[in-house]
Design a protein around this ligand. Sequence first.
Ligand code: TNX
Length: 569
Amino acid sequence: MKQIKNKIRKIICLAMTAAILHNANAQVNIIPRPVEMTMPQTEGTFQINSKTIISPDGVFGNTRIFLSDYLKKCYGFDVMAGKTAGVPAIELRLDKAKVTHTDGYTLAVDKAGVHITGNSEAGIFYGIQTLIQLLPVPDSASLASGQKPAAKEGLAVPYISINDYPRFAYRGMHLDVGRHFFTVAEVKKYIDYIALHKMNRFHWHLTDDQGWRIEIKKYPRLTQVGAYRDGTIIGHFPGKGNDNTRSGGFYTQAQVKEVVAYAADRYITVVPEIEMPGHASAAIAAYPELSCFPNENTPRPRGTVWSGDTTGKHVQQTWGVFPDVFCPSEKTFSFLQDVLDEVIPLFPSKYIHIGGDECPKDNWKRSEFCQQLIRDKGLKDEHGLQSYFIQRIEKYVNGKGRSIIGWDEILEGGLAPNATVMSWRGEQGGIAAAQQKHDVVMTPTTYVYIDYSQSRVDDSLTIGGYLPIQKVYSYEPIAPALVGESEKYILGAQGNLWTEYVATMSKLEYMIFPRMTALSEVLWSPREAKDWNSFQSRLGMQFRRYQLWGASASRAVYDPRSTGPAPQK
Ligand code: TNX
């Protein structure tokens, strides 16, 4: 009898261990997938609770704060600061000799604690992001009921050993705050999402036809006038009327500094974009003399309904591409140089994005001034004039020790000598630029335009197009034509979120999740490690994390059964 009891006890015990182990393994759902990962022979878990310390004290403050804020926000407890002898710890260490890959890290969990060694401070930070993903996440129902694991019980982290480093140096996300304004708090949240995905560039699209968003002290009308519009079209272009609601906003220079510092604490570089020579309606509304035709009214596309005054220059109320662009006059150049004088010191980024896209040449064609300039400078045509424009700005930016990056239209009429190209109209522009030995960031509409619809059953309003997560995941930034010598010019890639049809944070989250998660793996993990089935199985836990973060995301978008009609416009 006793023997049988013992046997049963043993079986139950084994079953329980197996269940715990199974849970521990099931908990390992890291995105982007690490380069190497092994579960050690001795299985078990280390508990993180309110007694756990982060050691050593006094260093890597930003990274420690990130982890402790995350624990507080998502789990309702915090770890202890400061070294206390004998207490299990999360140990952070910088050791370039031990971890040799740029921004790489190793992470080991054993009974003594969590040991993270980084090749750089950024590497340590990425190790912390992996640790965050090793924490158990309550299931959807408990999350929905607001239940949080108690601090006493702690969070069980499975014993594991990881060696990891990024594939690409430029891992970006873009946000258009011109079409719709997002507050500083919202932008910071976006930056946190970038950080949680081990991405490291935030491309901040600060000016466009529908709003100028950055304070420039020398030109106060840019934000007094240019940051607000009298109304916005309702629904898809050309719209079913106008909401007749004044909207907008801008960032003061102090706020910009705050955002840049916030991003830097997360090893994210903010790349500012000041659009030129196109997409300039907001600047022209503030200073009409920047147009070749200061006395003409702002063009209103056919079928659109306008709110307020329709004469004179106004901030655009609809979407698209408009012919009223910057005139390449001395007045415009000194204006833009003054603007850059104020912008550059705010951003430590090597790159200053100068736009360059979608500049219709209509006004330059009918402007006597422009035609004379083309003749005087011996330029071929209006495309030559665009090159002249960009090259002049490049010289100015280079003179301040920075480099320009621009949309692929800057290739037309001759590339500025030191420019980096952002290839958006497919990959061709990027391929051509890399072949000309220019650096490239890939942002093709076909794979990374996060403003496109992601689901066939999603009836929400988007710009159009169809970009399901599978397509994002399938992206390979090194085009076959570039494999070998030229691939070093591909710095990485970036997801772009244009916001014509994204006016709120919850819509923004719905658009980026889960597609930016797929992109993070494209940019971080080795090419050979990419595997859709594995990714999809890890994504289930990621959806729980979105919920833990309080972010809105829809599981339906990656449901293979989502084969309904094309999204409505
Ligand atoms: C093209 S991508 C644009 C943006 C629009 C976007 C909509 C690029 C350089 N220009 O101005 O918002 O398409 O998808």
